[in-house]
Structure formats: C-alpha cells, structure tokens
Design a protein around this ligand. Sequence first.
Ligand SMILES: Nc1nc2c(ncn2[C@@H]2O[C@H](COP(=O)(O)OP(=O)(O)OP(=O)(O)O)[C@@H](O)[C@H]2O)c(=O)[nH]1
Length: 324
Amino acid sequence: MSDKELSLEEILAAGQDEQSAVSSDYQSGFAAVIGRPNVGKSTIMNEMLGQKLSITSPKPQTTRHRIHGIHTTDSHQIIFVDTPGMHLGGQKSINTYMNRTANSAFADVDVVLFVVEAGRWTKEDQAVAKKLQHLELPVIVLVNKVDKFKDKQELFPFIQQLSEEVKMDALIPVSAYKKIGLSDIEAEVLKYLPKQPPIFADDYITDRSTRFLAAEIIREKLMRTLGEEVPYGSTVEIERFEFDEEEGRWLINALILVERAGQKQIVIGKKGELIKKMGTQARKDLIHLLDARVHLELWVKVKENWSDDARALASLGYDDNHSR
Ligand SMILES: Nc1nc2c(ncn2[C@@H]2O[C@H](COP(=O)(O)OP(=O)(O)OP(=O)(O)O)[C@@H](O)[C@H]2O)c(=O)[nH]1
C-alpha cells in the first residue's frame, strides 16, 4: 500500500486539539465487543451510541481493530471495537475467527464485553469463552435478549451455568430492545478505563468521515474479495456522495482506481461477477453506516500513477484542505 495512506495516528491526531480543554479525571479507552453471530452485538452498540452508525477503522486490513463506534461524553470516551471477522457471521468459520482473534485482536483493549444470548449457550459461545480464559483482561458478560424471559427466575439456571463456564468480572442482564442494562454496561466499563484525555475528537463522526469511511468500506471489500491478488496501488475514489431527498436514498458513485489495464480485468472478474459481489457487500455496509437506502455504482478505471494525482488524493482525505 502507498505510504501516503492516512495513518491511524493522523486520524487520532485530530483529537489532540481537544485534549488541552478536558479535565484530568477524563477517562477513555477501548472495549472489545465479542460474541458469536446473532447475539445482538450490533443492536447493543447502536443503542449505546444512540445512533445507528457503525464505523470501521481507517485501515481495515492493517489495523488490529474495526472501530464499531465511539461514545463520547463530557467525562469519558468509550471506543467500542470489533474483533476482525466478527461480522462475517457464517461466512467465516469460528475456528478461523478464533485463530485470528487469538493472535492480536485483544491487544491494547482495556476491557472485553462478551455478549451471549439469554437461555442459549452454544459450542461457539464455548469456544469464545475458552479463548477468554487465557487473556489477562477484565471480562464483562452481557446476557442479551432477557426480554424473552417473562419470568426472570427462569434465567437463574442459565446464569449459574455461565458463571461456571466463563471466567468473568461481571455479568449484566441486558435487553437492547427494551434498553435494559445499558447504563450498567457504561458504569462497569468505566471501572476499567484509564484516566486520560479523549482519543478521538468528539466530532470525529462527521460527513467528511462518512464519505471517507464509505471509500474505506469499498476498499475493504476489494481486499477481502481479491485477497492477495488485490492489485498493488489500487484504491477507491468517491465521485458522487449525495442524498436524493425525493427518492430518500444516498447516491454513491465510486471509482476503483488501478494502475494497469490488466488489473482492471482482475477487479471486474469473469462476467463482472467480482465487482458485482463487492458492490453487493459494500452496499449492505453502507446502508448500515448511513442508516438509509443506498444506490451504489462501482466503476473500475485505469489511472496510471494515481497516487500522484492531487484530486484523487484530496478526495481520499490525504490532503488537509480537501473539500467535503
Ligand atoms: N428479543 C431480542 N432480540 C434482540 C435483542 N437485541 C438484538 N436482537 C435481535 O437479534 C438479532 C441479531 O442482532 P444483531 O445485533 O445483528 O446481532 P450481532 O451479534 O451483531 O450479529 P452479527 O452481526 O451476525 O455478529 C436481530 O434479529 C436483533 O433484532 C434484544 O434485546 N431482544
């Protein structure tokens, strides 16, 4: 990848200006959110963030974490991070996921939120629990979907079983649907966050970031679809990013820039099947990011030495003065 890539440090630097103004009691840090698919991780996070927004890290393939959301208040900032592969659900086997997470995903986080589903303990949950045993990190178990149990007493045997199976520091019954337990999660997480200034600027989630993240989502699909075949030097430029009020949907046109004609065919795939696949996956994530319908057009264009092109760089956010 190009060394002009916007680094995580540069993104973080955006938060530096804010830091002088905050109190010395300010707390900030990272909470990893893990759990098998479908337990309600996204729903809990969206409720905690108060908005349906999930952002990914600037470099999905090279940073350890996907940033799921940033919750900033006057006294603290919790950065919820997802472990790699978590959202691939059924597409990735639990083993692959666990192998990857075992190596690096928990580095640098302050606390782990292990989400399970009330009344349902599966082999996948067990595999996650087993991995957690070897971590030197505080673990808070979130038993989600407790609304499914009218009589809370029915939950006791399950909670008893959990306390035997999982090495935990706290257990919180939660219903993301009914907004039960959300403030308890926040209070419990705060016990483990260091006193330090906010890591991200509190306005980090802006239009500009959204546009930038849209490009990142598409680039992520490019990398995931093509794997090691991803053409060196390819990148994504957002040409159009506007909301169509009448249709009630976002219109997004994105160019995948490659440096040679031969690479264009690799990206498009046989009968266009690869670009179609990437488009479908990217659209799904964009709908989630923007919380609205999305019309996405993806084009592949050969642009020799795109990395020297000022406009391309500006649109990618590599230029401080770029227009939004
Ligand atoms: N009854 C009930 N259902 C819930 C609750 N929270 C989430 N769900 C449902 O559980 C399903 C899975 O929720 P998600 O938030 O997508 O789960 P996830 O763990 O992020 O799933 P992956 O993205 O596959 O890892 C959805 O159908 C939600 O509507 C809850 O508090 N109560």
